[in-house]
Design a protein around this ligand. Structure first.
Ligand code: ZN
Length: 432
């Protein structure tokens, strides 16, 4: 266990101009700067009703990055809002500490300098949805699924991911062209993200295994989407999030760690209550793929939509590097499914530090995300004897791990292909 590095005070204010919203911040005497959100439209006074919640989300996002002990908020907000979002702050602090292997930290004290009650807005009850479209496999299948269910769709691409920004923008542009679906664009500017992330965390933005996607990013993006949902009168705000991510929990030192933070079913329902109470009673958070496993999503895209799959962006580093978690998973997927869809810079099976290597050395490790999927893919490749001469890891897997899955692969496949009921999905929505 390492020692925790925490900021004493995070101070944040908010400003708006025609280009968007800025959040100037100070973290102790260590950092000061701005987080800026560029929107696809000009703000006007009618947008003010969403801004307190968006500002609170931005402060929580910054706080988890530096594990702030106190947040001084110089933007409109109130104690009830803080109380309603605190379970999410707790979740974010816990998952951060778990990931960094540091002692758990208490959630911050909020020092509210500007008390204000937000004004709620209402939305029509229609099949219209805003979709956060990153250009990845998941959000692209969300889009296909929503269109199939005859939702009027307003996809929104918010460039925010350091490292993969350019490849995601390119993917969305090309996918939009292929699918004939227009989209609008926004951007999160946060030049100090990496510097702050690395200052307070040992597990942030270190190639290839520690990506630069901060916990809580989706909290910020969902509130931006709420702003856009109000403008476009879309009662549904759709986000990624699959069955694995919604339900993956780790028990650690008497705490439940929701490993996929905002994607977890727990965070989604907490955030939904917050949105109903402080943003709009008719705004509905919906992850269209909540009922599908990661395996089923990959299967669907690689087998049925190979052109879209190959156009999508997935690597955490934008390359595809062949070394990050996503590259490993996608590489195994195409080999196990016997389709060639993606191109990688290096062969993930040759990497001795990878998730694949962990599947060999510690097959039951809780640190393997979607571990059933990994084992299923590896076992299928091994079962067919499709091991290349230099792939010592796969030989080891065949000898040490495969025997425990041998004979169970059909049963595993059935459970990975299953559509799991989830109450967050409207009854009349058919994901596939
Ligand atoms: Zn990669």
């Amino acid at each position: 266990m390492h020692a925790a590095k925490c900021a004493e005070v995070l101070k944040m204010t908010m400003g708006t101009d025609s280009g968007g919203i800025t959040f100037p911040y100070e973290i102790d005497n260590a950092f000061s700067g701005e987080l800026k959100i560029e929107l696809p439209f000009e703000l006007d006074p009618s947008d003010n009703c969403v801004l307190p919640s968006l500002a609170l989300a931005a402060s929580v996002f910054l706080a988890q990055l530096c594990l702030a002990r106190t947040i001084v908020s110089e933007f409109p907000c109130n104690e009830e809002m803080v109380g309603a979002i605190r379970p999410i702050v707790q979740l974010l602090y816990d998952v951060r500490c778990f990931k960094d292997r540091i002692p758990y930290q208490p959630t911050p004290h909020f020092n509210l300098r500007w008390h204000s009650n937000p004004k709620l807005f209402t939305l029509p009850s229609v099949r219209r949805a805003s979709l956060l479209w990153s250009g990845g496999i998941d959000s692209t299948l969300c889009l296909i699924s929503l269109l199939r269910n005859e939702y009027e769709l307003f996809p929104l691409h918010i460039a925010s991911n350091k490292g993969s920004e350019i490849s995601e923008e390119q993917a969305v542009r090309e996918l939009s062209h292929v699918l004939g679906v227009p989209y609008s664009r926004g951007r999160v500017f946060f030049p100090q993200l990496s510097e702050i992330g690395r200052h307070y965390s040992t597990a942030f933005d270190v190639f290839p295994y520690e990506n630069a996607v901060p916990f809580g990013r989706d909290l910020l993006l969902i509130l931006v989407a709420a702003l856009i949902a109000r403008r476009q009168s879309t009662p549904f705000v759709c986000i990624g999030g699959d069955y694995d991510g919604r339900h993956r929990q780790i028990r650690h030192n008497d705490r439940t760690i929701h490993r996929h933070d905002l994607e977890s079913a727990y965070a989604c329902s907490t955030l939904q209550s917050f949105l109903w109470e402080f943003v709009s009673p008719s705004l509905r958070l919906m992850p269209p793929l909540a009922q599908l496993t990661k395996y089923r999503i990959l299967h669907e895209m690689i087998v049925k939509h190979p052109v879209l799959a190959s156009t999508a962006s997935f690597c955490f580093w934008g390359e595809p590097c062949g070394r990050c978690f996503k590259c490993q998973l996608y590489y195994l997927a195409e080999r196990a499914l016997q389709r060639k869809v993606f191109a990688f810079q290096t062969d993930p099976v040759l990497d001795r530090e990878s998730e694949i290597a962990l599947c060999v050395s510690d097959p039951d490790s809780e640190n393997i995300p979607s571990s059933q999927t990994f084992h299923y893919f590896l076992s299928r490749i091994v079962e067919r004897g499709e091991i290349l001469p230099q792939e010592a890891l796969l030989l080891e897997y065949r000898d040490r791990v495969y025997p425990q899955f041998q004979g169970r692969l059909t049963e595993m496949e059935q459970s990975l292909m299953h559509i799991y009921p989830d109450s967050i999905i409207p009854n009349d929505f058919h994901v596939l």
